[in-house]
Design a protein around this ligand. Structure first.
Ligand code: COA
Ligand code: ZN
Length: 314
């Protein structure tokens, strides 16, 4: 063992069951989804995006999110959240007893139109309905995911001013929330990531929001981008076990940054994750053998003994 002193802690949110599974064509049986979520929980992951309340015509793989939620046995304190694109999604999630929600919109018109089929202004306006619906619900917790915050598959590099213009509206109501800046395409660059988090944290200091980074690894920059976000003060990171994914609405993008790559990096830097790397790798292996699963990442494919050598405690 090294004598690494744990000084900091990050939270890794595993989004493989949502961002990852939504890209897998063949139907993944509900019991397989449940087993993956429970495997992640057993590895110490304490926040998991387990599905989405979206149109089953748009994303057939998410049709059983309510069933997955209902079936999972979860330890005390674990958070299972679901993505919602509109008011209908929020209502369906709340009816299913799910109060930990991720509302998504895109900064760019073309991606918002492709993803949720409406103008950005409509998505932002509907957020007010989300606040109204959630306000009096026990345990309601909201993440707002800002997709294409750095780069858009249709419009290219996204100016930070465009992100701030959206966030002015998101934060105007003073509703407490976590804001996830999402590198939907994986084409953000580390300096851009640090710069945007610097700007947003300064601009909305005191607005009652906290910050998260959602990265993809398309260009091999997923871990670097996360580290620059970390240096900028971010402590919550989305990632997917086995680096699964490839958003159906972001042509050319591959999977999320692999959770095991982030855990490996942070732990060896002395940053606590609470996740057991060996057990996480076992879940990643289970995911990787799913039919037509497009996987990514590095740590799963190096000799296991090297990946786990000199491993600081979770
Ligand atoms: N969940 C389930 N069904 C929904 C829904 C939701 N959140 N929102 C709308 N619907 C249903 C409507 O009830 C309607 O059903 P019907 O045909 O039986 O009457 C149908 O979908 C069309 O409704 P409409 O409001 O016209 O939606 P749309 O066709 O414009 O699609 C979305 C809008 C947002 C529902 C759809 O684009 C979607 O689900 N996108 C999600 C994409 C996604 O998950 N991307 C990856 C994550 S970033
Ligand atoms: Zn994503």
């Amino acid at each position: 063992m090294t004598d690494t002193i744990i000084t900091e802690r990050v939270e890794i949110v595993d989004v493989a069951p949502r961002d990852g599974f939504q890209a897998v064509g063949p139907w993944i049986p509900t019991e397989t989804k449940v087993a993956v979520v429970e495997g992640l929980l057993a590895a110490g992951v304490r926040r998991i995006e387990t599905g989405a309340f979206v149109s089953p015509k748009a994303v057939p793989q998410m049709a059983d999110t309510a069933e997955v939620h209902a079936a999972v046995t979860r330890p005390e304190g674990a958070r299972l959240c679901a993505l919602v694109p509109n008011e209908t999604g929020v209502r369906r999630a709340l009816e299913a007893g799910i109060t930990d929600l991720v509302y998504v919109f895109s900064v760019t018109e073309s991606h918002n139109q492709g993803n949720v089929r409406r103008p950005v202004a409509d998505s932002l306006a509907e957020l007010e309905r989300v606040f109204e619906l959630g306000r009096d619900v026990d345990g309601f917790q909201l993440r707002v995911n800002v997709a294409t915050a750095f780069d858009c598959p249709f419009e290219g590099r996204v100016p930070s001013a465009a992100v701030l213009a959206c966030l002015d509206k998101v934060t105007a109501h003073g509703f407490p929330m976590e804001i996830g800046l999402c590198d939907t395409t994986g084409r953000a660059f580390p300096d851009q990531v640090a710069d945007l988090f610097d700007r947003t944290q300064r601009a909305y200091d005191g607005a009652g929001c906290t910050w998260a980074f959602h990265g993809h690894d398309t260009f091999g920059l997923g871990v670097s981008n996360a580290l620059y976000a970390y240096q900028a003060g971010v402590r919550v990171f989305d990632a997917a076990a086995a680096g699964l994914g490839g958003c159906p609405f972001a042509p050319g993008a591959t999977g999320n940054t692999a959770s095991e790559d982030l855990v490996f990096t942070f732990q060896n830097m002395g940053v606590e994750t609470g996740i057991d790397l060996e057990r996480l790798l076992a879940v990643a292996e289970d995911i990787a053998v799913l039919p037509q699963a497009a996987t990514g990442g590095h740590i799963r494919t190096v000799p296991r003994a090297r990946a786990l050598a000199d491993r600081p405690a979770a």
